[in-house]
Design a protein around this ligand. Structure first.
Ligand code: FE2
Length: 395
């Protein structure tokens, strides 16, 4: 097991109807809040109304910014930062999915530290600017996927260059995550599927990308994968079920909290390989993960066969005793699961043409370089040629 530091500083406030407590919670952290959320006109409108009403009732002033997109764009976040400063806000309330919560972290920390949101993003050899602090953040997840509601990470897209990358900062942990499962029941089925399988991708990234052993982390991860799979079936049948939505919300939070990689934190090659799909083509991130996971699992099975085999046996019912054979069965089982839940997708399904694969792979090795030239970080460095091959396999 590797050495590690881990903490979980975000207070998790869980329960049906607890959105009404927002005003009294917000009052403890600021005088004027920016509510950062998606454009009005969708299924969130009544929830935005509830949030505004709760703040008004508690006497907390607010300014609402409604323009954040899925795959949040740096220039949009810069506009939100301008509004945040012009309105004299001192607190960000992130109301939405991972895109809104990620974007809100850049608003809170860049608004405090200065400069533009993109200055702080990790980008190949560039040294990102460092924050000096951040205004407090309250997250209100309306989708369960990224775990962003309780972690310090954040992904941003540069619309001019098609680059999509991330940063982490301890200043950006939300102070409170207000998790009301009733808010999650209106998420449409297609988005629910993308989100659940994004959670799955988080759970398997570190499991499969580190050579370190940590049975505790493995068992925690396996428990979350099994919980996710069971509740994925249930939510497709009964999307309004609060208990099911609550269980999926916990998988989202703890699946990307570091707990799933305690003592064996590795790299995230599948996410790196997916980045151009959502960065250049604006594909919802979870949908991109559905596309790239099966070919990655198939192509890389012989890199860490014991790890692949362990996951196949413990979560997908594989009984094959030989590691090399069991490892190869993991992608087969994952594809069966995706197809059974009507979730399986290819690059042609999402209209990404094969003549762009070289450029996409170039972006991956440039933005997320591995230990050797022309590679990205993985359980062993993943070469540009292998990345192109992965895209070819999901045509
Ligand atoms: Fe993800």
């Amino acid at each position: 097991m590797h050495n590690f530091n881990w903490n979980f500083p975000t207070e998790l406030v869980y329960g049906e109807g607890r959105i009404k407590e927002l005003g009294s919670i917000a009052k403890q952290y600021g005088k004027k809040a920016m509510i950062a959320t998606y454009a009005r006109g969708g299924f969130l409108d009544p929830i935005i109304d509830m949030v505004e009403a709760s703040l008004t009732e508690a006497g907390v002033e607010f300014s609402t910014f409604t323009g954040i997109e899925p795959n949040p764009k740096a220039h949009t976040i810069d506009k939100a930062i301008d509004q945040f400063k012009a309105e004299g806000c001192d607190l960000v309330i992130a109301l939405g999915g991972g895109s809104v919560i990620d974007g809100s972290k850049y608003i809170a920390a860049t608004g405090f530290s200065g400069g533009k949101a993109w200055d702080y993003v990790v980008l190949g050899d560039r040294k990102p600017r460092e924050y000096t602090g951040a205004f407090p953040i309250i997250s209100i997840p309306t989708i369960s996927a990224s775990g962003s509601e309780c972690n310090a990470g954040g992904v941003l897209t540069n619309a001019e260059t098609g680059e999509k990358s991330f940063s982490r900062s301890p200043y950006r942990y939300p102070k409170v995550a207000l998790l009301d499962p009733a808010l999650l029941t209106s998420v449409p089925q297609a988005i629910t599927k993308d989100c659940c399988l994004d959670i799955f991708s988080h759970l398997i990234e570190h499991y499969l990308s580190s050579h370190a052993e940590s049975e505790f982390a493995d068992r925690m991860t396996e428990a979350m994968i099994l919980t996710l799979m069971e509740n994925f079936d249930k939510v497709l049948e009964d999307p309004k079920n609060l208990e099911v939505r609550g269980q999926l919300a916990l998988c989202s939070i703890f699946g990307w909290s570091g707990l799933q990689g305690l003592g064996r934190m590795g790299c995230i090659p599948m996410h790196s390989i997916e980045m151009p799909l959502s960065g250049i083509y604006d594909l919802p991130h979870g949908r991109g993960m559905i596309v790239v996971m099966p070919p990655y699992l198939e192509l890389m099975a012989d890199v860490l066969p014991a790890r692949w085999a362990k996951l196949a046996r413990r979560c997908f019912g594989v009984v094959e005793a030989d590691d090399a054979v069991a490892a190869k069965l993991l992608s087969v089982k994952v594809v069966e699961w995706f197809k059974r839940t009507n979730s399986f997708l290819t690059l042609s399904d999402v209209n990404i043409p094969a003549d762009q694969f070289e450029r996409m792979a170039d972006d991956v090795v440039r933005m997320f370089p591995g230990a050797e030239p022309n590679t990205t970080a993985g359980p062993r460095p993943v070469t540009k040629e292998e990345i192109v091959k992965i895209y070819e396999m999901c045509k």
